[in-house]
Design a protein around this ligand. Structure first.
Ligand code: HEM
Length: 179
């Protein structure tokens, strides 16, 4: 099962702590790049990427923490191809340790998957409930639908209760005698 990291959790692996591994994320997939601390660790040429989702920075070829995000909306086909090449490189070089937790609401261009095989199964165990809650299953529209059903049920129950409370005491008996 895949271990999910929020962007904040991922940032804890930015290489500033020498006792912790260094992670970077490309297209939502988190790689352990500790073997290349000289690149990504403190003082390294690519330290800006450490602990971050750096798809955009890799696509547009900018070593800049401000460009480290998953926004590919304005990227050209050529830049997307560049990202794909990076993605394939990371897949073949570094172990995968997890996945960046997807945002519940995302209108951006989907990141898509790498062409090379990304084995995300059997990475790290996480409790099933936690992993379920962290998937995109609970989309805002689904949650809104569920809230509406609960609201309508409550309203129905209230109307029923109110009706029972305000009924004429003899009404039920009259109904009975008519039969
Ligand atoms: C003057 C420009 C640049 C030069 C001379 C240069 C040079 C290098 C060299 C020699 C390596 C080591 C390659 C290896 O041993 O596998 C490297 C790695 C790398 N470069 Fe650059 N680079 C430049 C610009 C950039 C830019 C603009 C980016 C932005 C995306 C970038 C991203 C990377 C990354 C991510 C790695 C590490 C790949 C890995 O983990 O194996 N480089 N670069």
């Amino acid at each position: 099962m895949v271990r999910f990291f929020t962007p904040e959790e991922l940032l804890a692996f930015d290489g500033s702590d020498a006792d912790k591994p260094v992670y970077i994320a490309v297209k939502g997939v988190i790689y352990d790049v500790s073997q290349s601390r000289e690149f990504y660790g403190k003082g390294g040429p690519y330290e800006a990427f450490a602990g971050r989702e750096c798809s955009r920075a890799l696509a547009i070829m900018k070593v800049d923490a401000a460009e480290c995000n998953d926004n590919l909306a304005d990227c050209t086909e050529k830049q997307l191809k560049t990202l794909e090449d990076w993605c394939n490189k990371f897949n073949s070089k570094y172990p995968i340790v997890g996945q960046v937790q997807k945002q519940l609401c995302c209108t951006r261009r989907p990141l898509g998957a790498c062409t090379s095989v990304t084995a995300l199964d059997d990475v790290v165990e996480v409790p099933p409930v936690e992993s379920l809650l962290r998937t995109t299953f609970f989309t805002p529209s689904l949650l809104a639908g569920m809230a509406l059903v609960v609201l309508l049920t409550a309203l129905g129950a209230y109307v029923l209760w109110w009706d029972l409370q305000h009924r004429e005491p003899g009404a039920a008996a009259e109904d009975h005698t008519e039969l």
